[in-house]
Write a protein that binds this ligand. Structure first.
Ligand SMILES: C[S@@+](CC[C@H](N)C(=O)[O-])C[C@H]1O[C@@H](n2cnc3c(N)ncnc32)[C@H](O)[C@@H]1O
Length: 278
C-alpha cells in the first residue's frame, strides 16, 4: 500500500482529471472546439450536491456580478468557473496539488473564462493574496485535508475586506472517532483532524468573524453518499470482472466506512456562513 503523506498524494491519484474530462467530451461531441463552461459542469464539481451546493453558497455569500471571490482548495476549478459563468464573479482559486492547478488552468482556457477565473498553486494556510482584497471566500469539502484550520480561517479573515463574507462546507465530527477510524480516514482519503459543530463555530469566531449560520447537511449527505457508494460498487465490480484496475483499495475501504459513519451520524457535513465585521 502507498503510504499517505499528504492530500497531494491522494489527489495526484484521483480518478477524475482534466484529461479524463476532456477525453469524455471528445468522445461525446467529436471535438473540443467552442466548448461552453456549462458543458464541463457535469464533470468538474468535486463536492457533494453539485451545482445546487454552489448556488446555496452563492446565495449565503451574496455572490453577484463583479464580486471578487476566492475559492480555497479550488480543485479542477469547477465551482470557480460556475461562479464566473452564472453569477458574473471574478474568481481566484487556491489549489495545492500541482496536477489539479494545471488541469484547472487547461479547462478554464478551453471554455474561454481565463480573463475572470485563475487557479493558482498554493497552500490555503499561506495565501499569496493581499490583505482586504476579496469580497467573498468560499470552500467546499476540502478543509478536512488541512491540518491547521485556525490558520486557514485567519488567512480568510486577512484577505477579506471589512464586511466581506465567508461561506464554506466541510466535514464535521458529531462524535470523536476511534483511533482506527482516524487512521483509516487518513490512509484512504487524507483526512486530518475534524471538529464538532460547536468547536468549528468557536474556531470561526476566534478568527474574528461573526457567525451567521451553521447548517447541518448530514442527512442530505447520507443520501448522496449511499447513492455514490452503490454506483462506485457497481463500477468496481464491472472493472474486476473485466480484469481492469478497480481503484485504490485504501480509498475504497475508507469510503465504505465513511458512508457508514455518516449514516450513523458520527460524521457529517456542515455549511458555515460568517462575516468579517465592517
Ligand atoms: C474534494 S476536492 C474539492 C475541490 C473543489 N472545492 C470542488 O468543489 O470541486 C479538495 C481539494 O483540496 C485541495 N487541497 C487540500 N489541501 C489543500 C491546501 N492546504 N491548500 C490548497 N488546496 C488544498 C486538494 O488538492 C483538492 O483538490
Amino acid at each position: 500500500m502507498v503510504e499517505m503523506r499528504s492530500a497531494v498524494d491522494f489527489y495526484e491519484r484521483h480518478p477524475i482529471s482534466a484529461e479524463i474530462i476532456l477525453s469524455r467530451l471528445t468522445a461525446s461531441r467529436g471535438h473540443l472546439d467552442d466548448l461552453a463552461p456549462s458543458e464541463l459542469f457535469a464533470h468538474d464539481q468535486d463536492h457533494y450536491g453539485g451545482l445546487a451546493a454552489n448556488d446555496a453558497l452563492a446565495e449565503r455569500a451574496g455572490i453577484g456580478p463583479g464580486s471578487r471571490v476566492v475559492d480555497f482548495c479550488a480543485g479542477l476549478g469547477g465551482p470557480a468557473r460556475y461562479f464566473a459563468d452564472r453569477y458574473g464573479a471574478d474568481v481566484t482559486g487556491i489549489e495545492l496539488t500541482p496536477a489539479r492547478v494545471k488541469g484547472a488552468q487547461e479547462l478554464t482556457r478551453r471554455v474561454g473564462l481565463h480573463d475572470r477565473v485563475r487557479v493558482i498553486g498554493g497552500d490555503v494556510m499561506r495565501v499569496a493574496l493581499p490583505d482586504a482584497s476579496a469580497d467573498v471566500v468560499i470552500s467546499q469539502e476540502a478543509l478536512l485535508h488541512v491540518p491547521d484550520k485556525a490558520r486557514v480561517l485567519a488567512e480568510a479573515f486577512r484577505i477579506l475586506k471589512p464586511g466581506g463574507r465567508l461561506a464554506f462546507t466541510d466535514w464535521v465530527a458529531h462524535r470523536a472517532l476511534s483511533a482506527d477510524d482516524r487512521a483509516l480516514m487518513w490512509q484512504g482519503m487524507a483526512v486530518t483532524d475534524l471538529y464538532s459543530f460547536a468547536a468549528y463555530e468557536d474556531l470561526i469566531r476566534n478568527a474574528g468573524f461573526a457567525v451567521e449560520s451553521a447548517e447541518d447537511l448530514t442527512a442530505d449527505w447520507g443520501e448522496i453518499l449511499r447513492e455514490r457508494l452503490a454506483m462506485y460498487r457497481k463500477l468496481r465490480a464491472e472493472a474486476q470482472t473485466a480484469g481492469a484496475p478497480a481503484g485504490h483499495d485504501a480509498f475504497y475501504e475508507s469510503y465504505v466506512r465513511f458512508v457508514d459513519l455518516v449514516n450513523d451520524a458520527a460524521l457529517g457535513g456542515g455549511r458555515f456562513t460568517a462575516e468579517k465585521p465592517a
